[in-house]
Write a protein that binds this ligand. Structure first.
Ligand SMILES: CC(C)(COP(=O)(O)OP(=O)(O)OC[C@H]1O[C@@H](n2cnc3c(N)ncnc32)[C@H](O)[C@@H]1OP(=O)(O)O)[C@@H](O)C(=O)NCCC(=O)NCCS
Length: 131
C-alpha cells in the first residue's frame, strides 16, 4: 500500500479477521506505533451487518490495552461512506493532503483514478480518534 509518504507491505503487518460461520466476513490490518496505532485497511463483505463496527472496536481495544491513546487512518476523497462510518464512531478529521493520491499513483500506477460513486480520486484525508 502506497500512501502520501510511506509504502507498507500489508502482509508484514498485524491483522484481525472476522468470521461469519466458516466464511470470512471482513479484515482489518493495523500497525502499533510508539504511542499510537494506525488502521491501514478495513474491508467487509457484505457491508451493513455490523462487521466493520466490530473490527474497529476490537482494534481500538487492542490499541488501548497496549497503551496507545490514539487510533488514526488515511482515507481518500471519494470514500464518503467511510467518512460517514468513521465520523459516526467518534473519529474526527485531522488533516487533508490535496493531490496526495496523484503523487502516490506516480509510484504505484495501479492505484485507480476513479473511486466510489464514480468520483475521481486525488486527495488523502486523515481521521483520528482519541482513545
Ligand atoms: C466502510 C466499511 C468498512 C464499513 O463496514 P461495515 O461492515 O459495512 O460496517 P457496519 O455494518 O458496522 O456499519 C455500516 C452501517 O451499517 C449499519 N449496521 C450495522 N449493523 C447492522 C445490522 N446488523 N443490520 C443492518 N445495518 C447495520 C450501521 O448503522 C452502519 O451505518 P452508519 O455508518 O451510518 O452508522 C465497509 O463498507 C467497507 O468494507 N467498505 C469498502 C472498503 C473501505 O472503504 N474501507 C475503509 C477505507 S479507510
Amino acid at each position: 500500500m502506497v500512501t502520501r509518504d510511506r509504502t507498507h507491505r500489508l502482509g508484514d503487518l498485524a491483522a484481525l479477521i472476522a468470521w461469519a460461520g466458516a466464511e470470512r466476513a471482513g479484515a482489518a490490518i493495523y500497525r502499533l506505533g510508539g504511542d499510537d496505532a494506525e488502521l491501514l485497511s478495513l474491508n467487509t463483505a457484505p457491508a451493513g451487518r455490523g462487521v466493520g463496527s466490530a473490527l474497529l472496536a476490537a482494534i481500538e481495544e487492542t490499541a488501548l490495552q497496549t497503551g496507545r491513546r490514539r487510533l488514526w487512518l488515511v482515507t481518500t476523497n471519494d470514500n464518503v461512506d467511510a467518512l460517514r462510518f468513521y465520523q459516526r464512531r467518534g473519529y474526527r478529521l485531522a488533516a487533508l493532503f490535496p493531490k496526495a493520491v496523484d503523487v502516490a499513483r506516480a509510484v504505484k500506477p495501479g492505484i485507480p483514478a476513479i473511486g466510489f460513486h464514480g468520483t475521481p480520486i486525488h486527495d488523502e484525508l486523515v481521521l483520528e480518534k482519541r482513545l
